[in-house]
Ligand binder design. Sequence first.
Ligand code: CTP
Length: 405
Amino acid sequence: MVSGKRILLIIGGGIAAYKALELIRALKKAGASVVPVLTRAAEEFVTPLSAAALAGDKVYRDLFDLTDEAEMGHIELSRAADLVVVAPATADLMAKMAHGHANDLASTLLMATDKRVLIAPAMNVRMWDHAATRRNLATLQGDGILSVGPDEGAMACGEFGPGRMAEPEAILAAIDTALGGGPLAGKHVLVTSGPTHEPIDPVRYIANRSSGAQGTALARALLDLGARVSFITGPASVPPPAGADVVRVETALQMLDAVENALPAHAAVFAAAVADWRVQGASDHKIKKGPDGPPALTFAENPDILASISALDAPRPPLVVGFAAETRNLVENATAKRARKGCDWIVANDVSPETGIMGGAENKVVLISDAGTEEWPRMTKAEVARRLADRIAAALADLPAPVML
Ligand code: CTP
């Protein structure tokens, strides 16, 4: 997908700018042409000459460079590309993008382009965690800007955490996906996520502690591999991933409906923490306190969405993946759950409070399939998601397309 494509590469002013030079080399090797644009701050970290030499092209630096305007105006420059990549995307560049500034060549090109934009953020961990950067990232994602990274690890400033720019190979893979490649291109994957809320009356409901973090991370990882993702989510506390077809539901019954409507799919992953029961005959007015004491709630069993989709003849997704949240006898219970529900894989995790997994940033899972039981080390939910998405991509490469009767 990258071969023959023209990438406008905006290099921001951060220590990670040196990795942008490696990215130019990787893109050239993959057969792309690269037009580098350096911000003034970027020139403090890499020289225009080295970027030009690696790209084998002119480097653009100044909005008011009349020679550039005579050769190619900034509007044309931003549109002649197949994709605009910002690497490193500094906190400052992200802020400019989010607020629509156009006061130098880089920000003007980003405002003028009619092409997709992919950013590779890189900054100090505190800057990445800052409320302003959080807001700007959410704005950019809402605007359809694609992003890759940042990675977590030791940083040039001596601190540790997320903020390190993604490695050039990862950026190259994200560019490939943005251009329509990626191992899941053309594949439709359905993901359920978050808790469900089962009403007691119009103001009260029964819920669980799921944040939706693992389902959201998984949807993001699948999107990163080029999949079309239908993301069916209960009222989660983390925002849904940009780029997915999001269907918001509240109850288990609504979730089942939305899942059936989203089929057919090549794969379906059921990461939602669906309430097993709903309140029978929920009141349509607020239940008042009274002399008779507290109301006695009676429950009805909710449909098992995973089991009912696994049992479909058609359009059963060729790969159905369930999660198993257990607090005891993890592998034994999850193995029995896989058989009972009829899904292909079960991702089992121990959600006992002392693990901090429910609502936390990390997860420790065991993948159970026909091939046996595979224990994964404790890692972030984003890493679990990436690993699972890779496995799904590998499995779908060998599976038939879904059938719709
Ligand atoms: N699930 C579902 N619909 C339900 C309940 C669960 O689709 N009504 C799915 C979940 O999304 C998950 C898997 O089934 O993929 C297992 O969920 P879990 O809560 O671990 O299992 P339960 O069905 O609640 O079984 P148990 O009560 O034995 O733990």
